[in-house]
Design a protein around this ligand. Structure first.
Ligand code: HEC
Ligand code: HEC
Length: 249
């Protein structure tokens, strides 16, 4: 048993309980918390761990998740493409960066339960998670060119609909702070300020903006809590097709 504080092991030593007696209910509670957005106690957070991470590898049904599978994560040698060596720190990035959580809450009982759950996804002796996951994010993003709207709709269903809901209406979106697309982006950009540059330039700018948000999410100082999609999760072709959904009237 390996949690990020070792507190479970300590409690069991003190109470001389069997390891599994304590750990299994804790991991089961962690599994429930992993699908609960209220876990961070922020009224503005709509995401759960399982909004962005699958526990299957590869994910079922062709779904595209921005985060790596959590199966085996507890055993990986490094996280965040080698930037982080401790599991707790890897989770803290998501907790504070995407879920509006307070870091110290991860040291409390809910954090312990999450830790036990992550551990249970990679049983000791299994080969799951022995290799680190690499994700690459292009630093500079350009206009990807004109894509295919029909293919874009299919990619949308696999990668974006879980948070943004249906294209055009936002039906089923995850929370009120999640943009209705493409409506909100078009309302912001398809206005009179662009009459000088012309329609073609305006469209090129819009495609670049959508690519920017998709590739970087809230990275590089951009506001918000949307996660980034790496080259390994969406190809350039897929991003180009997604951008084709954003066309000014
Ligand atoms: C809004 C989306 C989002 C949410 C919510 C989220 N994560 Fe992440 N997570 C990511 C992204 C993006 C990465 C970086 C890409 C990667 O390495 O998986 C990441 C990375 C990680 C990693 C490192 C994976 C690796 O091997 O590099 C772990 C572990 C992790 N998250 C656990 C969690 C846990 C546990 C929760 C819930 C408390 C959570 N995440 C919530 C998006 C999210
Ligand atoms: C985990 C939830 C989540 C996923 C998945 C997600 N988004 Fe977002 N997205 C958000 C949130 C929340 C916002 C509002 C701004 C913010 O907080 O970053 C947003 C904002 C945006 C914006 C800016 C909208 C505006 O107001 O102009 C674009 C463009 C966008 N998302 C595109 C996408 C695309 C394309 C995908 C699929 C590849 C996607 N998003 C997947 C959560 C998500």
């Amino acid at each position: 048993m390996k949690t990020w504080m070792g507190a479970v092991a300590l409690a069991c030593a003190t109470l001389s309980c069997g390891d599994t007696e304590r750990v299994e209910p804790l991991a089961a509670r962690g599994a429930l918390l992993a699908s609960d957005p209220r876990i961070t106690r922020s009224q503005y957070n709509a995401f759960a761990c399982l909004t962005c991470h699958s526990v299957d590898d590869p994910p079922a049904g062709g779904r595209v998740y921005p985060g790596a599978s959590l199966r085996g994560a507890a055993r990986r040698p490094t996280y965040w493409s080698g930037e982080v060596t401790h599991l707790r720190e890897a989770v803290e990035r998501c907790w504070t960066g995407f879920m509006r959580g307070v870091a110290t809450d991860l040291d409390g009982p809910d954090g312990q339960a999450l830790s036990a759950w992550l551990d249970s996804l990679a049983p000791e002796g299994s080969t799951a998670g022995t290799a680190a996951v690499t994700r690459t994010y292009p630093r500079v993003v350009r206009d990807p060119g004109v894509g295919d709207r029909t293919r874009g709709l299919a990619v949308w269903g696999r990668a974006c609909a879980s948070c943004h809901g249906a294209v055009g209406t936002g039906a089923g979106r995850i929370g009120p702070l999640t943009s209705v697309l493409p409506r909100d982006t078009l309302a912001e950009h398809c206005d009179d300020n662009f009459t000088d540059v012309g329609y073609a330039d305006l469209q090129a700018y819009l495609r670049a903006s959508v690519t920017e948000k998709t590739r970087h999410g809230s990275f590089l100082g951009y506001a918000g809590v949307m996660p980034p999609f790496a080259n390994e999760t969406l190809t350039d072709d897929e991003v180009r097709d997604l951008a084709a959904l954003f066309v000014c009237p």
